[in-house]
Design a protein around this ligand. Structure first.
Ligand SMILES: [Zn+2]
Length: 297
C-alpha cells in the first residue's frame, strides 16, 4: 500500500494531467498551418513506439503534399494530396513540435526543405494515449469517436436549437457533453466551466435541461472556448503550444480545479465530486439541482 502522502501526490499529478480540448488543439492547429500547408512529406515513421493501431500506415504519407491543417473536435486532420489524411490526437500528454525533443518521440514526419521553415514535425507523447496515423480520406472506421462527433461549437451554424436536439439522453449533462455527441471538442475543464457559467448542476439529466437553459449553455460554451483560445488554452501540466509555451487560461478558470475556493459569483466554496470517473467542480449554490426535473414534452 502507498503511504497516504504518496497517494495524495499521485492523485494530484494525475489530476493535473488532462486531455487537451478544443482551445488547446485549435491553438496548435493555428500554429502549424502556416508552415505545414503546401509542404510535401519526405519521410513519415514511428520512432520510439511499438507498432499498433495508434500509428497506422505512416509510410503511405510519403510523397503526398499537406493540403490543409484542419481540426475536428480534439483531432487534427491533415488532408493529403493523395487519397489519405494524417490524423493526430494529442491524447493526454501529446506535444507537436518542429524541434526534436530529447525523449518520448513516438512519430515524426520530415518535409521537402523550404527556405526559413522547419523541415520536420515531431510527435512527443510521454503517456502514449495519443494517436498519429494515416487513413484513407474520410474513412473514420478506426476512429469511432470521430465518426459520430457532434457539431463544431465555433461554427456559425452551431446554435441553441442544435444543442437542444442533441441533449436527447437521460445520462447526466456532464457525461453527455463529454461524449462529444451533442457538441464537439469539450472535455473535463470546459464542461465544468460552461456548466458553471450557465448555472446548471452537472448531475442534471441531459434531457431535463430546459430550452431556455440550453440557450444560456450554448452561449456559455462559445464564450468560454473563445476566452480560452484568446489565452492559447489552459496548461495545468503537460500541454504546450508548438513553440513550447504554456497556455494562459488557467488563471481565469471559475470552477475547474478550484475545490474549496470561493465561487466568483456568490463566494460559496466550489465543491468537487466524481461523476462518471471524472473529477467535477461546481458551485452548490449557483448550480442547484432541480427539485423536480423539467420533463420534455
Ligand atoms: Zn456560486
Amino acid at each position: 500500500l502507498l503511504a497516504p502522502t504518496t497517494l495524495a501526490g499521485t492523485r494530484d499529478a494525475f489530476y493535473r494531467r488532462r486531455m487537451p480540448e478544443l482551445p488547446e488543439v485549435e491553438t496548435v492547429r493555428r500554429e502549424l498551418a502556416p508552415w505545414l500547408e503546401g509542404r510535401t512529406i519526405r519521410e513519415a515513421r514511428r520512432v520510439d513506439a511499438p507498432a499498433g493501431p495508434k500509428y497506422l500506415h505512416l509510410e503511405d504519407a510519403v510523397g503526398q503534399t499537406i493540403r490543409a491543417v484542419d481540426r475536428r473536435g480534439k483531432f487534427l486532420i491533415l488532408p493529403l494530396s493523395g487519397s489519405d489524411e494524417l490524423i493526430i490526437h494529442l491524447g493526454m500528454t501529446g506535444v507537436l513540435t518542429p524541434t526534436r525533443p530529447d525523449r518520448h518521440v513516438r512519430a515524426m514526419i520530415s518535409l521537402e526543405p523550404l527556405a526559413e521553415q522547419p523541415d520536420a514535425l515531431y510527435f512527443q507523447d510521454t503517456r502514449r494515449f495519443g494517436r498519429f496515423l494515416v487513413a484513407p480520406y474520410g474513412d473514420r472506421s478506426c476512429l469511432p469517436t470521430l465518426a459520430r462527433m457532434g457539431p463544431e461549437p465555433l461554427d456559425p451554424e452551431f446554435n441553441a436549437a442544435t444543442l437542444f436536439a442533441g441533449l436527447n439522453s437521460r445520462v447526466t449533462i456532464k457525461t453527455h457533453l463529454l461524449s462529444q455527441r451533442p457538441v464537439a471538442g469539450l472535455g473535463n475543464i470546459y464542461v465544468d466551466e460552461a456548466l458553471w457559467r450557465a448555472r446548471i448542476h452537472p448531475e442534471t439529466p441531459a434531457n431535463a435541461v430546459s430550452q431556455a437553459r440550453t440557450t444560456t449553455l450554448t452561449e456559455a460554451i462559445v464564450a468560454v472556448l473563445q476566452a480560452s483560445l484568446a489565452s492559447r488554452g489552459t496548461t495545468l501540466k503537460d500541454y504546450r503550444t508548438t513553440t513550447g509555451e504554456r497556455g494562459g487560461f488557467a488563471a481565469q478558470l471559475d470552477a475547474y480545479g478550484r475545490t474549496d475556493a470561493p465561487c466568483h459569483r456568490c463566494e460559496t466554496p466550489i465543491r468537487r465530486t466524481v461523476l462518471g470517473q471524472r473529477s467535477t467542480h461546481y458551485c452548490p449554490r449557483c448550480q442547484r439541482r432541480a427539485k423536480r426535473p423539467t420533463r420534455r414534452t
